[in-house]
Design a protein around this ligand. Structure first.
Ligand SMILES: [Zn+2]
Length: 138
């Protein structure tokens, strides 16, 4: 039933020049780089987005990330730390202040790590899918 000749991979030659690939744009955004060229910085400060890429001059101000990266950060951090908190409490029964200190620092650190990366990935996704104002140049 499986077709051995079709592996499902898309060769670069088969990709139209007008088509933007989503996966590389997501990875570049996660690395906080421009989703178009991958070399210019996407962010300045902690979460501010350059209006255009300093390297390739791709317009980046069209993004509409809004609260999406914060929601994704809460979703991921909550799903990692809540079960871990329960496991640590049941298995090791640490002192309450020790448990609070470790998980408070872990929660804040993981959130600060994920937030700019998820914002970059979300902007990369929007760029790759021509969402909002990310359109082809005439
Ligand atoms: Zn660029």
């Amino acid at each position: 039933m499986t077709d051995q000749s079709n592996t499902g991979t898309v060769l670069p030659a088969e990709v139209s020049p007008d088509e933007r690939q989503t996966r590389p744009a997501l990875i570049r955004g996660w690395q906080r780089k421009c989703p178009c060229c991958g070399s210019g910085p996407l962010l300045y400060g902690y979460l501010k987005i350059h209006d255009s890429c300093p390297s390739c001059h791709e317009e980046l101000y069209h993004h509409r990330a809004d609260d999406g990266p914060a929601y994704l950060t809460i979703l991921i951090v909550g799903h990692i730390l809540a079960p871990l908190l329960l496991f640590v409490f049941v298995r090791f029964r640490p002192e309450p202040f020790t448990l609070f200190a470790v998980f408070a620092i872990g929660c804040v650190s993981l959130s600060l790590y994920l937030l700019p990366r998820l914002k970059g990935a979300m902007i990369g996704f929007q760029w790759a899918r021509y969402m909002h104002g990310f359109r082809q140049k005439p």
